[in-house]
Write a protein that binds this ligand. Sequence first.
Ligand SMILES: [Zn+2]
Length: 287
Amino acid sequence: MLKKMALLVCLLPLFSCIKANSSHKTDAGDAPQKTGVETQKAPVTEANEILLKAERVLQKAGIPADIAKTIVEAARSGHPFIDDLNAALKGDPYLRFLVDKQHPLPHGYEPDDLVPLVQGKSYRIGRNDLRLRGFAEASLEEMAKAAKADGVTLLASSSYRSYDYQTTVYNRNVREMGKEAADRESAPPGCSQHQTGLALDFGSIDDTFAETKAGKWLPAHASGFGWSLSFPNGYESVTGYRWESWHYRYVGVPLAHFIDSYFNGIQQYALQFLHEWEQDRATPVDA
Ligand SMILES: [Zn+2]
């Protein structure tokens, strides 16, 4: 309790400051805003603590103002944000593991539950050596079955890549297109979502995929099965990669819902937020 009180006292200035800022944007006719004094008297509720932490983490994670505003408002109202956040933080940690050019996977990481993608399922395979983690493959099959019912075939073209294989892919791209172009669409070894065993490239693995039936079906339905488009159009400066309409990552249904509900469907923002959320440890002032 002492820790909680100390934490609240230490963070109140930030909270009050954000409250004050938000009141500037309020129309004159709105109900009067709570004053800083009233805020300080507020009980230390779970929603309050979540709000304080959300504000801190949004800033650290560099989340854009419009998205941050939505989240602060959602956190302020408590549930269902808290439930959605808790659900997104559950399950296998690699579902939400931030893997990008600045955040490599643990050295030598290799999932121990990879299963082969095989013929005779609802999805089709483009080659015989494809593998995904078991639960991701099961979800792919479920999603492909639903796509099939809509007259759409999902073709799996590239899946798990080991560190060594990613080295080969990356070096080949650098050789063929130069480092600058290679960096826009392939990850350096250790930094690829494919090494998690949760990422999948569909169809032709090029821009023509977006115009196919599968390329149109996936953006509308994938998140309902826990799959999320990793590198959306117009976000190269955020994700580090040009638009890849064919590259999806299995994040699980709760996290896919969290990405859609609070981050405009931008996986990278949600993963950065959750990464900072899990890193955030308030300094114990009375230790
Ligand atoms: Zn890919």
